[in-house]
Design a protein around this ligand. Structure first.
Ligand code: HEM
Length: 90
């Protein structure tokens, strides 16, 4: 069995617009931290770190936006991920 976790959080029946960054949390249906008995025990820590990081970044660069041609996705059917995320800060 080969799990293709690159499809996680992208089921069109649950996430009609999966490329949109929804910081409010996509109706709470994210499976990024697993679920059930083995749900990630670091999820809360990670969310706190992310909130601190995004707040700092947006305070430092309030006009931050994606550069043309960004983001660039890795060509890997098993794992979704970026090869580059070019931004414009000014
Ligand atoms: C972006 C960051 C993270 C992601 C996406 C993530 C994702 C996950 C996922 C999907 C699982 C479930 C695996 C399974 O079902 O077998 C898991 C489990 C786990 N995570 Fe994380 N994790 C993150 C950060 C962390 C951090 C910061 C810690 C510790 C401080 C942590 C500790 C653990 C542990 C101990 C488990 C195993 C829980 C168990 O089996 O009962 N994770 N994580």
């Amino acid at each position: 069995m080969v799990p293709l976790i690159g499809a996680a959080n992208r089921d069109p029946a649950r996430h009609p617009d999966p490329d949109r960054l929804d910081v409010a949390g996509r109706d709470g249906a994210s499976i990024s931290f697993g679920s059930g008995a083995h749900v990630c025990i670091g999820a809360l820590l990670t969310r706190i770190e992310a909130e601190i990081t995004f707040r700092q970044v947006l305070q430092r660069w309030p006009h931050l936006r994606l550069a043309d041609g960004s983001p660039q996705w890795a060509d890997n059917p098993a794992y979704r991920g970026l090869t580059a995320l070019d931004v414009v800060t000014g």
